[in-house]
Design a protein around this ligand. Structure first.
Ligand code: PLP
Length: 404
C-alpha cells in the first residue's frame, strides 16, 4: 500500500504530473482571484459556518448511512452500506458543490453564474443555488442533451435559469464546457463559472473535491459510530470524479481502506463506445488541465458513450489520474448492461431506484461482495436517484423483453 501523501505539496494545483492551468492568459487573473478567495473562505469560520448551514438546511445533510440488508443478503457476502446522496435536495451529490461555489460567488461580489451541463443534473443544481442566493444564471447545454433531457431543461427554466443551446462538435457536455469557458473569458469580472466536477484548471479540482468532502467526512464518522471501524472497501462511480473524490479523500490516508472507482464501460471496449477514461485513456490536456483523456491516435478527443449521461465525459479529474498512477485507488468499469442489472437489483431488493451513474458502483459491488466474507464491509456512494432515468430504463428493459 502507498505511503505517499494525499496531495503532493511541491506545486499547488498539481497532483504528481497532473492538473495545472492550461488556459489562455485572459483567464489567469480570474483563476488567481478564485484561488485566493477560495483559500481565504476556507480559512474563515463565518464562511464555513454558513456553508454548513446550507448543507443542513438546503441540501438536507447529513445524508443517511444505510445498511442495505436485502441487497446484502441477496449477494451473500460482505455487508453493503449505501451513502445516500440520492436523498439530497435535487437528487444527487451535485448540490454540495453548487452551494459551496454559490456562497463563494456572493463572497466575490459577483452577480452572475454560468455552468455547463450534460444530463442536466449539474445545471439543475446550479439553477437551484442561483435561485436560493439570488444570482443570475446561464447554463450551457448541448442541443443533443437538450433534446434528451427535456425535463431538466424545464426544471432549470422554472427556477429562473436561462439554458443556452450549444450546437458545436457532438452537441454534448464537452462542447458545452468549451462554450462556458469562452463566455467566462469575456465575462469573468462579474461572473463566476461553476464547474460541475473535479475537472478543469486549478483551483477547480481541489475546490470541488473539498466541497464534496462532506460525503466522506460524514461517512467516516457514521461508519465509526455504527460499526466501530472503517469499511474494508469503498466503491464509487467516476464521471469527472467528484462524488468519488468526495467520499475517498477523507479516508485516503487510512491505508486499510481499499478504494475502487468505477467508470462507464458502455457497450464495448471500442473507442467511442465507452467513457472509461482512466481504464483506457492516456495522459493529455483537456479543459485546462493535464489528466487522463480518451483520445484517438492523432490526439483528438474521442467521442464517448454511456447509458448514464452523467458519466459521459472523455476526461477525468487530475487527482484521480494521480491516485491511479500511485496505485492508491483501483479503477475499473461496468458496462451499460451491468449497470441496468444493478439498477433492477437494488430497486427490487431495497425499493431504491438508483441513478444509472450510481448503478455502475453497485454493479462492481455485485462482483465484489460475494467474494468477501460476511464480516467484511463495503461502502457504496449512491451518488443520486434514478427518477431522472426512468424513461431510459423503461425503454431499455422493454427492448430486452424483461419488463415482466
Ligand atoms: C453527475 C453525476 C455523476 C458523475 O459525476 P462525478 O463528478 O463523477 O461524481 C455521478 N452520479 C450522479 C447521480 C450524477 O448526477
Amino acid at each position: 500500500m502507498t505511503t505517499q501523501p494525499k496531495t503532493p505539496p511541491a506545486r499547488p494545483g498539481y497532483f504528481g504530473p497532473y492538473g495545472g492551468q492550461f488556459l489562455p492568459e485572459t483567464l489567469m487573473h480570474a483563476l488567481k482571484q478564485l484561488e485566493q478567495e477560495y483559500l481565504a473562505a476556507m480559512a474563515d469560520k463565518t464562511f464555513l459556518a454558513e456553508l454548513h448551514r446550507c448543507y443542513r438546511d438546503i441540501a438536507g445533510r447529513p445524508s443517511e448511512m444505510y445498511l442495505a440488508r436485502r441487497f446484502t443478503e441477496a449477494l451473500g457476502g460482505a455487508k453493503v452500506y449505501l451513502k445516500r446522496e440520492d436523498m439530497n435536495h435535487t437528487g444527487a451529490h451535485k448540490i454540495n458543490n453548487t452551494l459551496g461555489q454559490g456562497l463563494l460567488t456572493l463572497r466575490m461580489g459577483k452577480k452572475r453564474v454560468i455552468a455547463e451541463t450534460g444530463a442536466g443534473q449539474h445545471g439543475v443544481a446550479t439553477a437551484m443555488a442561483a435561485a436560493v442566493f439570488g444570482l443570475q444564471c446561464d447554463v450551457y447545454m448541448g442541443t443533443e442533451d437538450i433534446r434528451r433531457q427535456a425535463l431538466n431543461v424545464f426544471r432549470m427554466q422554472l427556477m429562473g435559469a436561462k439554458v443556452i443551446p450549444v450546437s458545436t462538435g457532438q452537441c454534448t457536455l464537452k462542447d458545452a464546457l468549451n462554450e462556458a469557458l469562452r463566455d467566462w473569458m469575456a465575462s469573468a469580472e462579474g461572473t463566476h463559472y461553476i464547474i460541475g466536477s473535479v475537472a478543469g484548471p486549478h483551483p477547480f479540482p481541489t475546490m470541488v473535491r473539498e466541497f464534496q468532502c462532506c460525503i466522506g467526512r460524514e461517512s467516516r464518522r457514521q461508519m465509526l459510530d455504527i460499526e466501530g471501524r472503517l469499511p474494508d472497501v469503498i466503491v464509487a462511480c467516476v464521471g469527472g470524479g467528484s462524488n468519488a473524490a468526495g467520499i475517498f479523500h477523507p479516508m485516503i490516508d487510512d491505508e486499510q481502506v481499499e478504494m475502487v472507482g468505477v467508470e462507464a464501460g458502455g457497450r464495448s471496449k471500442k473507442l467511442g463506445d465507452h467513457a472509461a477514461t482512466l481504464c483506457q485513456g492516456s495522459p493529455g490536456v483537456l479543459h485546462g488541465a493535464m489528466s487522463y483523456v480518451l483520445q484517438d491516435a492523432d490526439g483528438q478527443t474521442a467521442p464517448v458513450h454511456s447509458v448514464a449521461a452523467g458519466l459521459d465525459y472523455p476526461g477525468v479529474g487530475p487527482e484521480h489520474s494521480y491516485w491511479k498512477d500511485i496505485g492508491r485507488v483501483r479503477y475499473t468499469s461496468a458496462t451499460d448492461d451491468e449497470a441496468l442489472d444493478a439498477t433492477v437489483m437494488l430497486s427490487r431488493t431495497e425499493g431504491i431506484i438508483p441513478a444509472l451513474e450510481s448503478a455502475h458502483a453497485l454493479a462492481e459491488t455485485m462482483k465484489l461482495a460475494p467474494k468477501m466474507g460476511k464480516d467484511k464491509i463495503i461502502l457504496v456512494c449512491l451518488s443520486g436517484r434514478g427518477d431522472k432515468d426512468c424513461n431510459e430504463i423503461a425503454a431499455i428493459l422493454e427492448k430486452r423483453g424483461k419488463t415482466e
